[in-house]
Design a protein around this ligand. Structure first.
Ligand code: SAM
Ligand code: DTB
Ligand code: SF4
Length: 345
């Protein structure tokens, strides 16, 4: 989608926007399920990068202690616990600039992935920069999705990070896609960006080919000691507007309510689900910061009549399309959900 289209969509009256997003959601997601993804920081803190929002950068004094990479057995315990609590995706994060083939730490990550991938959950990792070889090795080891966010607009990015560039982020995403992994790519609201920056970020993400399989929308959790420690918390209506626009621009992607849910009321989260969110980070902790308690999330889903998504371990990455897809049933230029079943319009 173009920036102009996204701008027009965003600035509709709130209920018109929500109604439009709900219609897109209902067209593509009919079973009322929510994906539950549990995060684990397998290598915490001491990161060389200077991302201005991050508790794990070695540049800031945030109270997060640097730790070494977790042992495989410990990770497996946590993955099993996540599966028992109902998670169907296990996401492992490492506070590194990136990984390089041939290093001991990368080999150790591959071992961890091989083990976790036997548990029947989708396996997601977020390890920073990847080259083509590293991406291919991760895919072969059993990674189903790679999380790498663009975080904000290309224009605002240099105000947030100086140790790598927006282009570096795009290159890693391309490597992950070329290796056949699904891409999980979204951003953070609350970094001092304008609404235009938020929409430019969505413009970039919605123009990936294929579009990302999942799109995490984080609201900044201000961390004392970082340059953004005193930033204002994101307004709930602005957050829900972004969920709605993401749903419209990325109809087939899972849109994930990510960091910052501890600042959203149950009612605001309900509206976010209505506007198209269908995935959450689930479990009491994100990487270093707090998340709503698992039992509170289950209660909210029950109250709303939503169901946790069933496991999908054989998940294939979405394929690329050449421009607007032609529906085989009516040969019109639109993506037709019914083409798979032969019952087209
Ligand atoms: N080091 C890897 C990277 O930079 O891609 C992976 C970990 S990083 C913590 C993953 C994402 O978490 C970031 O891109 C950002 O979107 C989100 N994030 C980190 N700190 C956050 C915070 N304080 N509030 C909200 N989101 C945050
Ligand atoms: C994403 O977009 N959000 C998650 C996950 N991908 C790795 C991380 C949120 C981190 C929140 C701050 C923290 O826990 O330190
Ligand atoms: Fe934090 Fe990732 Fe940036 Fe490192 S690269 S400072 S872990 S967001």
């Amino acid at each position: 989608m173009t920036f102009a289209e996204l701008h027009r969509i965003y600035y509709q009256p709130f209920f018109t926007l929500i109604k439009q997003a709900r219609a897109v959601h209902d067209e593509h997601w009919t079973d009322g399920t929510v994906q539950l993804c549990t995060l684990l920081s397998i290598k915490t803190g001491g990161c060389s990068e200077d991302c201005g929002y991050c508790a794990q950068s070695a540049r800031y004094t945030t109270g997060v202690q640097a730790e070494k990479l977790m042992e495989r057995e410990q990770v497996m315990e946590r993955a099993l616990a996540a599966r028992s609590s109902g998670a169907t995706r296990f996401c492992m994060g490492a506070a590194w600039k990136g990984v390089r083939k041939g290093t001991q730490k990368f080999d150790q990550v591959l071992d961890i992935v091989r083990d976790v991938s036997k548990l029947g959950m989708e396996v997601c990792v977020t390890l920073g920069e990847l080259g083509a070889e590293e991406a291919s090795d991760l895919k072969k080891a059993g990674v189903t999705a790679y999380n790498h966010n663009v975080d904000t607009s290309p224009e605002h990015y240099p105000n947030i990070v100086s140790t790598h560039t927006f282009e570096d982020r795009l290159r890693t995403i391309r490597h992950a896609q070329d290796a056949g992994m699904s891409v999980c790519c979204g951003g953070i609201l609350g970094l001092g960006e304008t609404i235009d920056d938020r929409l430019k970020m969505l413009e970039v993400i919605s123009n990936f080919n294929p579009q990302p399989e999942s799109v995490p929308i984080n609201a900044l959790m201000p961390i004392q000691g970082t340059p953004m420690g005193d930033n204002e918390v994101v307004d709930s209506f602005a957050f829900i507007r972004m969920i709605a626009v993401a749903r419209i621009a990325l109809p087939k992607s899972k849109v994930r309510l990510s960091a910052g849910r501890t600042n959203l009321s149950r009612e605001a989260q309900a509206l976010a689900y209505f506007a198209g969110a269908n995935s959450i980070f689930y479990g009491d902790k994100l990487l270093t910061a707090a998340n709503p308690r698992a039992n509170e999330d289950m209660r909210l889903l029950r109250d709303l009549g939503l169901l946790p998504l069933e496991p999908n371990p054989g998940m294939e990455a979405p394929g690329a399309t050449n421009g607007v897809p032609l529906s085989p049933c009516c040969e019109r230029e639109h993506a037709c959900e019914k083409e798979m079943t032969g019952a087209c319009c």
